[in-house]
Write a protein that binds this ligand. Structure first.
Ligand code: DGL
Length: 248
């Protein structure tokens, strides 16, 4: 049996590489939903129905557990999917804001995420519970999209324009969208030496614990299948490149 991982595109690879580091022998299917990208500005019901179809696809392709490697989809669909697929382990990423509370409470922090994630009930609850009272929330409309397109010039312009006012004012940045770890260097170019908070390494540990507990850990052959909902060869190449660069 396999582990299924999905995102609205290439971003979830930043979660997948963390999983591969600690579970290299499992078999995987990565589903990149570039046809429906971006999720960040879609309505709750659209996201629910998109995610439901992806979960069905992954179940039909012999997945024993599913990782929602998209903060927006997690915030809007995880609860619903867990209720619907009761016998399936569904592990969902969320912005690592609690880590700021635990490790950097006294420091000014910027949370970058999609508009959908920031406005979601799930994130608002997390924010209320762990507020360090010096946090700015930045809905980054359109950013995941230009990362998805690998448009370096637009990314630089976007960050210069939208992050300027935080220069010298924040010490920590929560990467609340799985696309953003791909542009850490570019963010540092604008904000200087900030500390990044990313939920992916902890999610990977959590996944391993759950599989252990449910007796689902397997020594497979370490195969990785890649599906893109638009059959994009470019996406596939980029996916392989990122994995090679990060894991090998
Ligand atoms: N990578 C996604 C996230 O973590 C979604 C980006 C998007 O499709 O808007 O939120």
């Amino acid at each position: 049996m396999k582990i299924g991982i999905f995102d609205s595109g290439i971003g979830g690879v930043t979660v997948f590489t963390e999983i591969l580091k600690i579970l290299p022998d499992e078999d995987y299917i990565y589903y990149s939903d570039s046809k429906n990208n971006p999720y960040g500005d879609k309505s709750d019901s659209e996201i629910l129905s998109i995610c439901d179809n992806i979960v069905k696809f992954l179940i039909n392709n012999e997945c024993k557990a599913i990782v929602i490697a998209c903060n927006t989809a997690s915030a809007k669909a995880a609860e619903h999917l867990r209720k619907k697929y009761k016998n399936l382990s569904i592990i969902a990423i969320e912005p690592a804001y609690k880590m700021v509370h635990d490790y950097a409470y006294s420091e000014p922090t910027l949370v970058m995420a999609t508009k959908g994630t920031i406005e979601s009930e799930k994130f608002q609850l997390l924010y209320k519970n762990y507020d360090n009272h010096q946090t700015e929330l930045l809905p980054c409309v359109g950013l995941a999209n230009i990362i998805e397109e690998d448009n370096k010039e637009e990314i630089e312009k976007y960050l210069n324009y939208n992050l300027k006012k935080y220069v010298g004012k924040v010490k920590n940045v929560v990467l609340g969208c799985t696309h953003y770890p791909l542009i850490q260097d570019e963010i540092k170019k604008v904000l200087g030496n900030v500390t990044f908070f990313n939920g992916a390494p902890n999610l990977a540990k959590h996944l391993k614990n759950i599989l252990e507990k449910e007796n689902l850990l397997e020594k497979g052959s370490g195969t990785i299948e890649f599906y893109d909902s638009q059959n994009s060869e470019t996406k596939k190449e980029r996916f392989i490149q990122i994995i090679d660069k990060t894991v090998n």
